[in-house]
Design a protein around this ligand. Structure first.
Ligand code: BDR
Ligand code: CA
Length: 311
């Protein structure tokens, strides 16, 4: 068997983060070298606790978990507890995991692992980019050691989910996103609009979650509140943003259309702070710093979700 790809995931679990992590755990071509934890969907204490719990339930206590930064770089932001539950995992009173978080800060772990796996490391970011921005500020040479970098974030034609123009992960910490999008020369972006184009039918998801598997049972429990909220407010399809990003990360051959363009993060807009401005017509003359996912094989995406749930 060929050598596995070292995968480092920065994440703010979060219900759809949890699904994405289960997908990564189920994948045989990647070796997860760590989870660095961001604040976002809920506060850092909850996202760290959730990451540890998920690892325990999935039997992956071999994966080290590093806590990151509790607040956005400059301005306070509102979390997404209305979607994910006050504890980020559907408020079902899960007992805490037995394991403790590592002592090393997430930003330092990112830098250390980038040296350990220099030239091989695959970074996937599923939350606000605070930890990545800090790591970049500490060491701007980080991108030179990263082979592939994929971000779930943004809205490529400014059809946002948290404001009319902006997507949650970028809007939560726009300054961090700006640092990351100007610091890394090549970023693969799975945005909110791709998520909406690849929704999962609630009826299918409910069927998968009824399977006789521990992972399906656990995921049914923690995602129940989110799925009900989604059905009420968004209709028959569930938008699992981080899961789509992870599908592309793990099986890039499933991408049907990817566009390369320059992308900038809006920091100052009155109505558009946190928006991702894609230079579709290449008017700025900037280099294409992003590869934008436009279409992914839906069957392949759903197969990965089912495999992650043990269905
Ligand atoms: C993103 O925001 C979070 O609520 C989700 O976990 C996902 O990463 C979607 O906008
Ligand atoms: Ca997330």
């Amino acid at each position: 068997m060929s050598k596995k790809i070292p995968l480092l995931i920065d994440t703010d679990p979060g219900v759809d983060d949890a699904l994405a992590l289960l997908m990564a755990f189920a994948d045989e071509r990647h070796d997860i070298v760590g989870l660095t934890i961001a604040a976002g969907n809920v506060g850092l204490d909850h996202t760290v606790r959730n990451a540890l719990k998920l690892c325990e339930v999935a039997g992956r206590d071999d994966v080290p978990v590093y806590a990151g930064t509790a607040d956005p770089l400059l301005h306070p932001s509102v979390d997404a507890a209305h979607v994910h539950g006050a504890d980020g995992f559907g408020d079902v009173n899960l007992p805490a995991a037995k394991r403790q978080v590592e002592a090393e800060h997430a930003a330092l772990a990112i830098l250390r692992l980038s040296h350990e796996y220099a030239g091989e490391l695959f970074l996937v970011a599923l939350g606000p980019l605070t930890n990545l921005a800090l790591a970049l500020k500490l060491d701007p040479t980080l991108p030179q050691r990263v082979k592939r970098f994929l971000v779930m974030g943004g809205a490529v034609t400014c059809h946002g989910n948290i404001t009319p123009a902006a997507e949650f992960n970028i809007a939560f910490d726009p300054e961090a996103a700006h640092i990351v999008f100007t610091g890394f020369p090549h970023i693969e972006v799975a945005d909110w609009e791709a998520t909406v184009a690849h929704g999962l039918l609630h009826a299918d998801v409910e069927q998968w979650l009824a399977a006789d598997s521990d992972k399906a049972r656990f995921y049914e429990l923690i995602s129940r509140q989110t799925r009900l909220w989604s059905e009420d407010s968004r209709g028959e399809r569930w938008y699992a943003a981080d899961a789509l990003a992870m599908a592309w990360a793990l099986q890039p051959e499933g991408a049907l259309r990817v566009e390369s363009r320059p992308l900038n993060v809006e920091l100052a807009g009155v109505h558009s702070r946190g928006a991702t401005i894609v230079d579709w017509n290449r008017q700025t003359g900037q280099p294409d710093n992003t590869q934008l996912l436009m279409a992914y094989d839906q069957g392949r995406f759903e197969a990965q979700v089912r495999a992650a749930l043990g269905v």
